[in-house]
Ligand binder design. Structure first.
Ligand SMILES: NC(=O)c1ccc[n+]([C@@H]2O[C@H](COP(=O)([O-])OP(=O)(O)OC[C@H]3O[C@@H](n4cnc5c(N)ncnc54)[C@H](OP(=O)(O)O)[C@@H]3O)[C@@H](O)[C@H]2O)c1
Length: 264
């Protein structure tokens, strides 16, 4: 069945690969960017300007898209970006900015989508969080914390909606080879240890699977009658082996393992 789908961050990476796949499959897609000129051009793709840094703008952009579409069968909260900074010195301003983009604006869109879906009694909302919610990336404390907050928010709503036919899914990608790292804001420092960790983080991303892997998984979720509550997607080690082993380990061993992984 052809669906009406809203997705944030459709100009690049996971969002773009997903929007392009969904359009090819015959769905109508409303996709966002801060700069709509960066969005795909297609008769079934509807560009929307949206900036998560401004809650009012995010809410209004979503409502404009909803009015244009009439309804959404699926809403995908995907857009996001990160900060690389030591947790010991990160400023309150950066933490607030990360939570604005990755939590507050996403909750606004989530609530608006849910309210509209409740009127029809059905729908699917997918929050793209991150494996970083469970396996944190060093020097990305605000990003990790915001993703963990959004994952927890998503699970809480799943408890509250359990008798509803509206489905909510937490999609947690591991490293995926996109332009994500190019947009990561970095501190002006010559600290060699920090530079070494960033090199490792970037090498992991460059060696990771392409965003089409996540796009295919999202497309499968959209087609499912009863999608799972949480999905991890990525390479076998990061998205399969590591989370499975981590579940069984005490916290001290988890920290030791992550330090080894990032060569800290
Ligand atoms: N790549 C990974 O390894 C990975 C792993 C786990 C989770 N994720 C998550 O997956 C999602 C997509 O990331 P990606 O890897 O596809 O990165 P990407 O290629 O950098 O794409 C990010 C998208 O988000 C949009 N965006 C960024 N900041 C925004 C803002 N303030 N307001 C509105 N839109 C904004 C960008 O649009 P414009 O710049 O055009 O506005 C772009 O379309 C993010 O939530 C990310 O945290 C990624």
């Amino acid at each position: 069945m052809k669906k009406r789908i809203f997705i944030t961050g459709a100009s690049s990476g996971i969002g773009r690969a997903t929007a392009e796949l969904l359009v090819r499959q015959g769905h109508e897609v409303w996709g966002t960017s801060r700069d709509p000129a960066r969005l795909p051009v297609d008769a079934r793709f509807h560009p929307i300007a949206l900036d998560l840094a401004d809650s009012k703008s995010a809410r209004e952009s979503f409502q404009r898209a909803l009015a244009e579409a009439g309804h959404f069968d699926v809403v995908i909260n995907n857009a996001g970006s990160g900060h690389f900074d030591p947790g010991s010195t990160i400023t309150e301003e950066i933490v607030r900015e990360q939570f604005q983009v990755l939590v507050f604006a996403q909750i606004e869109i989530f609530q608006a989508a849910l309210a509209a879906m409740r009127e029809r009694g059905r729908g699917l909302i997918i929050n793209v969080t991150s494996m970083a919610a469970r396996l944190p990336v060093p020097y990305m404390s605000a990003y990790n914390a915001a993703k963990a907050a959004m994952a927890s928010f998503t699970m809480t709503v799943q408890l509250e909606l359990r008798a509803s036919s509206i489905r909510v899914v937490d999609v947690q990608p591991a490293d995926i080879c996109t332009s994500f790292n190019e947009a990561v804001v970095q501190p002006a420092t010559t600290d060699r240890a920090l530079a070494q960790v960033w090199k490792q983080i970037d090498a992991n991303l460059q060696a990771a699977p392409p965003p089409t892997l996540v796009a295919r998984r999202l497309s499968l979720l959209i087609a499912q009658k009863n999608p799972p509550a949480r999905v991890t997607v990525g390479g076998l080690f990061q998205a399969g082996v590591a989370p499975f082993i981590f579940r069984l380990l005490p916290q001290g061993v988890r920290v030791w393992g992550l330090k080894r992984y990032y060569r800290l």
